[in-house]
Design a protein around this ligand. Structure first.
Ligand SMILES: C[S@@+](CC[C@H](N)C(=O)[O-])C[C@H]1O[C@@H](n2cnc3c(N)ncnc32)[C@H](O)[C@@H]1O
Ligand SMILES: [Zn+2]
Length: 399
């Protein structure tokens, strides 16, 4: 390929692609800065793509037929190419990027992988492209929105371009708004208020899914969340869409708020988008803060998680520590209660030394509570114990 920039070959999964030469685009931290490269490629997002491969394979097994997919913000094309080569029975792939150099490189990578027959590469705005596929028989089984920052500008057209029962994957990297550093930006983009709590990454996922729920409902479409994760600097959500006003109503019923007390760490859900929110903490009387409206429903589907784990083994990824850890933690979170406590934060409040995490998990279980680790935070414990009960267990352990 004759390009105006230096390139190199990288390998991910079974796929090798040409990308901008990483060492030629160094940012302030003297590390490779993907945003400086003429075409986007971020090696840090490999896990995101690995999980996408397993999620799409799990989905393909579920539907048991040939599938079509669209990645309308593709960069160098690595995600789309990986999905087409690593997932069985992918029949049709449409890739697109508004940057002409990216579209050209994606085309080149497709030819280089000998995949031309199944692929179409476009060079236009993602919403224009998706809208063109928003018609019966044209729609996709899978749409993967992996943008810079927020996926919200593309959710509406992605939903319209998905068939009934299709799978939507969303990445969001705008963690500052979603985690409450810029709350106004979060309200603007996601239509929900974030909170800077220790479980803000879970809230971020719930705000993203909440936004998806509301956008889908406009089209009389409901959603079921099959998998979510928060990794490195991004969050990711996978949801299946279901046509029907009743399905949309059911999804909307899973929306609500999470109330949080910054004094004693008490938290509680409050169901319903329009419900009247409690003002005072029932535990200590301090003023309660709220996050939402957001998704209060499940963040994982047990069967889908099991299918993904099976595919991980079958595709020989069972040695990949990061994926194994993510899946085994997620499996335990499937039926877990909302939010988690970060042990260090509790100990900080109580002015106590931090006990080993496993001892707190055990202590809570012995006290009769549900208690498990969470993939959202390495020091987090997902439990149905009240803040007071968590304090008691930790205080006892410290003594
Ligand atoms: C984060 S990168 C995509 C990375 C890619 N999904 C991957 O896994 O490697 C986002 C891409 O979206 C493209 N982009 C930005 N705005 C767009 C728009 N409105 N329509 C289509 N592509 C757009 C950028 O040129 C960039 O290549
Ligand atoms: Zn309180």
């Amino acid at each position: 390929m004759s390009s105006t920039f230096q390139t190199e070959v990288v390998r991910e999964g079974k796929t090798s692609v040409v990308v901008p030469k990483l060492e030629a685009y160094i940012g302030k931290t003297r590390k490779y800065a993907p945003s400086k490269a003429p075409v986007f490629y971020n090696p840090v997002m490999k896990l995101n793509r690995d999980v996408a491969v397993l999620a799409l394979q799990a989905y393909q097994r579920m539907v048991g037929k040939e599938i079509s997919l669209c990645e309308p913000l593709t960069g160098c094309g690595i995600r789309g190419i990986r999905l087409a080569t690593e997932v069985e029975d992918v029949r049709r792939v449409v890739l697109n990027d508004i940057n002409s150099e990216a579209a050209n490189l994606a085309r080149f990578n497709i030819e280089r992988s000998g995949l031309t027959n199944r692929f179409l590469v476009a060079n236009e705005d993602a919403n224009l492209l998706l809208s063109r596929y928003a018609a019966p028989l044209k729609r996709f089984d899978y749409v993967d929105i992996d943008p810079f920052g927020s996926p919200v500008p593309y959710i509406d057209s992605a939903i319209r371009a998905l068939r009934n029962g299709g799978l939507l994957a969303l990445t969001a990297t705008d963690m500052a708004p979603l985690c409450g550093v810029y709350p106004k930006a979060c309200v603007r983009k996601y239509g929900g208020k974030p909170l800077r709590t220790e479980y803000c990454h879970e809230l971020a996922v719930r705000l993203l899914v909440g936004c998806l729920t509301v956008v889908a409902a406009k089209h009389e479409i409901g959603i079921s969340v099959v998998f979510t994760h928060s990794t490195d600097h991004y969050i990711r959500a996978y949801a299946i869409i279901h046509y029907g006003a009743k399905k949309a109503d059911t999804s909307i019923q899973r929306m609500g708020h999470i109330l949080h007390c910054f004094s004693c760490l008490h938290r509680e859900p409050c169901e319903g988008i329009f419900s009247i929110l409690k003002r005072d903490c029932p535990e200590c009387g301090s003023k309660l803060n709220s996050a939402g409206p957001l998704w209060l429903g499940n963040l994982f589907d047990e069967k889908f998680c099991a299918l993904m784990e099976k595919e991980m083994e079958e595709k020989g990824r069972g040695q990949d520590k990061k994926i194994v850890r993510l899946f085994s933690l997620a499996r335990n979170e499937v039926y877990g209660p909302l939010t988690y406590y970060v042990v260090d934060k509790v100990c900080d409040k109580l002015n106590l030394p931090v006990p080993p995490l496993v001892e707190v998990v055990d202590g809570l279980r012995k006290a009769g509570f549900q208690s498990t680790l969470t993939h959202f935070a390495s020091r987090g414990i997902r439990t149905d114990a009240s803040a007071k009960a968590v304090n008691e267990v930790i205080t006892k352990l410290a003594a």
